[in-house]
Design a protein around this ligand. Sequence first.
Ligand code: PMV
Length: 327
Amino acid sequence: MVTSSAPGKVYLFGEHAVVYGEPAVPCAIERRVHVTATEIDEGLRIHANDLQLDGFTVEYSGDGESHPDVDVAESLVEAGMGYVNEAVAQARDAADAPEAGFEISVEGDIPLGAGLGSSAALVVAAIDAATRELGVELPASEIADRAYQVEHEVQDGQASRADTFCSAMGGAVRVEGDDCRRLDGIDTLPFVIGYDGGAGDTGALVAGVRNLRDKYDFAADTVAAIGDIVREGEAVLETGDYERLGELMDFNHGLLSALGVSSRSLDSMVWAARDADAHGAKLTGAGGGGCIVALDETDDALTALKYTPGCEDVFRAELDIDGVRQE
Ligand code: PMV
């Protein structure tokens, strides 16, 4: 039996613009999905406690009676949410053990479907746990690559390498097309995350930005300006200057807002964090709803967000310098 875990992520800079070849900087956060893999004679059994993947909820209590494990696995497949199945297929392939059977248990503390990379963390941890259980230890870069292939498969080709690479490697990373690398020397970032309890429709939001960009040169310029913020932000990250990082996060949020991907609840959480003197705040991920990330080493933004209408949950989640790991 092997347990592995992998972190979720926020975008410090660059979502949406990354779709057009601009760089982006996602950062791993100290919120993880844990996956335990046990080899069994054949097949695949999945245990998940209140696990929700992209809107599909598995409410399996683990009592073994009302929800036999195999039904959960079948429901996952039927719903097209084959993240675990595909991750296990990758592990079987990597370990050259096509017939290996598994019992897989999943636990996590990442709000799901909210742009914090919960599905990527699940896939990365599952590949690591299942391959280790078969006696094979893959490098994090190979886990990232195999996890990307899983997301690509399960999400009908709508996947970027950002989430899976960041979850596998940990820390702050830079993604530009297929070129992914870790940004060295960044050990700590005091993130506070506000969650409105909802989620945006990533496909519709990406399409909306594409339409604006096709229609108006100034929208294309806005996307390019986000790329400039990312390049500036990378340099500032190395200096550890939170004031300037926050200023760039604020600017990035303003441009995302201009591109139509913010929402009333996201804006209200961003403003609550700024009013509480966070260094900066922005939406993270596709937008439309979901999460904001603020930079604040005090408890002020955290407390302010607790009392902000529209904010369902708020928590501190520092930069996690560890990627996938065995527990
Ligand atoms: O909401 P998330 O974490 O899946 O991020 C979406 C990021 C976009 O740039 C909007 C889309 C993408 O595929 O990069």
